[in-house]
Design a protein around this ligand. Structure first.
Ligand code: SF4
Length: 453
C-alpha cells in the first residue's frame, strides 16, 4: 500500500450548527487509514458531531497512526505527545488513537501517553462508544457509509471514494510489520461491498478505489471461488460509477484472469500499481516476496499485451540488508527496461518485530542515499519522456478539485492533469488536450467536441 504524505485532516464540510460537539481527525499512512478515518468521521456525524477546522476547536480528536516507516511512527508519537497541552487546557476533550501503532501495544502506549482516553485497533469502531454517551448510542453498522471524504483545506466534494475490501495480509515479507499489526486476511462479504458501492454512486461518487494490503488476494478466505475479478465485474455494472481502481496488488496473485477482466470491464482504469521491491532474485528471496524477477517481468508483459495504453507504477526498497552494488544494478536495469510511469521508493529502515530487523543493516546510509538518488534520477528522465508522448493527445480527466486556481483531475492512467477554464468542472469527466507535459503532471485545455455535420 502506498503511504500517502504528509498527514491529512479529513472531515465533511457542512453547515455549521452552533453548539454541536466537534471532532478532528488526523491521519497518516496509506489509503486504508484514509478509508478508516472516513468511516470514523461518518460514525461521529451520525452521533451528531460536526467537523472542526482546527484541533483546538474539537471536543473529540482521533489520531489514525501508521508504523510502516519509522518516520511516520515518530511523527505520530510527536503528534500524540503534543495533544497533552490541549488536554490540560480542556480536561473534557476526548482523545483517541487508532491505526497500526495501537495493535498489541495498548498497555505500553497507555503508560507513555496517559492523556489519551482511548486506544483502539484498526476497524474496532464499536470501541468509539467508550469515548462519549452520544457515541455509545450510534449504530456503528448504520454508519458504514459513506467512505468518501473531503479535505478541510479545500472546496472539494466527494467524487472519489476508497472502499476497503480485504483487511490484513497472509504474506510475511521479512521487512514488513503489517501482518503483525493487521493480522491475517479477512475479505468483506461480496454483496456488502457491491451494495456499498451502489449507495456511494447514489450519493454522487464516480470513482471507487478498492483497497487492501493485498487487494488481489480478495476472496481467498471466502467460501466458493470468489476473487477480485468477480468483484470488478459486479462493480462495473453499478450505474453512476465511471471509474474503478484497486490497490495494492501482489505480483503472485496478478493472474491472467485478473488481467483479462481489467481489459473487459470498461470502467476499470488502465492503471496498475504492482510493487516489485527489488530487481534481484536473491534480494527478493531474502525479502520473502515469493516471486522472481522473471515472474514479475512476465506479468508486466502480459498486462501490456492485454490492456492497450496501460500505465504502470511500482514500489522499490533500496538498501535492503545485504543488497550489493551489483544486486542494486539489477533493480536499475529492471526500471530502465520496464519504464514505469511512477516509482515509489523508500530507503530500507528496520521495523522492530520483523524478521529482517534481526539482521545487520549493513548498507551504509551514504550508499543507501546514493542508490535512492540514482533511482530518482533515472525515474525523473523516464517519467518526463513518457509524459512527452501525451503532447497534443486528448485524455479523459475526472476533475476532483482546484489547486492554485487551476482545475485538477486524473486521467484514467492516474496521471495528474491541470487545466484552466471558466465555470464549475468539479466532478465532471472532461476531455483535455495536453499542451504542456511536465515531468510529474500534465497541463492542457478543455477539448470541445467538433461540431457534427
Ligand atoms: S505483501 Fe508483504 S509488504 Fe505487503 S503487506 Fe503483506 S507482508 Fe507487508
Amino acid at each position: 500500500m502506498i503511504p500517502l504524505s504528509p498527514e491529512r485532516t479529513t472531515s465533511f464540510i457542512q453547515e455549521p450548527d452552533i453548539g454541536a460537539k466537534r471532532y478532528f481527525l488526523w491521519t497518516v499512512g496509506c489509503q486504508m487509514n484514509e478509508a478508516e478515518s472516513a468511516k470514523a468521521g461518518a460514525i461521529l456525524r451520525n452521533a451528531g458531531f460536526q467537523p472542526a477546522r482546527r484541533e483546538d476547536d474539537a471536543d473529540v480528536i482521533i489520531v489514525n497512526s501508521c508504523v510502516v516507516r519509522q518516520q511516520a511512527e515518530d511523527k505520530v508519537a510527536g503528534k500524540v505527545g503534543a495533544l497533552a497541552r490541549l488536554k490540560r487546557a480542556n480536561p473534557d476533550l476526548k482523545i483517541a488513537v487508532t491505526g497500526c501503532m495501537v495493535t498489541g501495544q495498548e498497555a505500553k502506549l497507555k503508560e507513555r501517553f496517559p492523556h489519551v482516553d482511548l486506544f483502539y485497533g484498526p476497524s474496532e469502531f464499536e470501541r468509539l462508544a467508550e469515548l462519549s454517551p452520544e457515541l455509545a448510542e450510534v449504530d456503528v453498522d448504520l454508519a458504514e457509509l459513506p467512505h468518501y471524504y473531503e479535505d478541510t483545506d479545500s472546496d472539494e466534494t466527494g467524487v472519489s471514494a476508497f472502499v476497503p475490501i480485504i483487511y490484513g495480509c497472509n504474506f510475511v515479507c521479512s521487512y514488513c510489520i503489517v501482518p503483525y499489526r493487521r493480522g491475517r486476511e479477512i475479505s468483506r462479504p461480496f454483496d456488502e461491498i457491491v451494495n456499498e458501492v451502489r449507495e456511494m454512486a447514489s450519493r454522487g461518487v464516480k470513482e471507487v478505489t478498492l483497497l487492501g494490503q493485498t487487494v488481489n488476494a480478495y476472496g481467498h478466505d471466502l467460501p466458493g471461488d470468489t476473487e477480485l475479478s468477480d468483484l470488478l465485474i459486479a462493480v462495473n455494472e453499478v450505474d453512476g460509477i465511471e471509474r474503478i481502481r484497486f490497490l495494492t496488488s501482489h505480483p503472485k496473485y496478478f493472474t491472467d484472469r485478473l488481467i483479462d477482466t481489467m481489459a473487459q470491464c470498461e470502467k476499470v482504469c488502465e492503471h496498475v500499481n504492482l510493487p516489485v521491491q527489488a530487481g534481484d532474485n536473491e534480494v527478493l528471496r531474502r525479502m520473502r516476496r515469493t516471486y522472481t524477477v522473471e515472474h514479475y517481468r512476465d506479468r508486466i508483459q502480459r498486462i501490456r499485451d492485454t490492456i492497450p495504453g496501460v500505465t504502470l507504477s511500482t514500489d522499490i526498497i533500496v538498501g535492503f540488508p545485504g543488497e550489493t552494488a551489483e544486486q542494486f544494478e539489477g533493480t536499475m536495469k529492471l526500471l530502465e527496461d520496464l519504464r514505469f510511469e511512477k516509482v515509489h521508493q523508500a530507503m530500507y529502515s528496520p521495523r522492530p518485530g520483523t524478521l529482517s530487523a534481526r539482521w545487520e543493516d549493513e548498507v551504509p546510509a551514504d550508499e543507501k542515499r546514493r542508490r535512492h538518488q540514482a533511482i530518482e534520477d533515472l525515474q525523473t528522465r523516464v517519467s518526463a519522456e513518457l509524459n512527452e508522448q501525451y503532447e497534443g493527445k486528448v485524455l479523459e480527466v475526472l476533475v476532483d478539485g482546484k489547486q492554485r486556481g487551476r482545475w485538477r483531475g486524473r486521467s484514467r492512467g492516474n496521471t495528474l492533469v491541470f487545466f484552466d477554464a471558466p465555470g464549475n468542472w468539479l466532478g465532471e469527466t472532461v476531455n483535455v488536450r495536453i499542451t504542456e507535459p511536465m515531468t510529474w503532471y500534465l497541463i492542457g485545455e478543455v477539448e470541445h467536441e467538433p461540431a457534427r455535420v
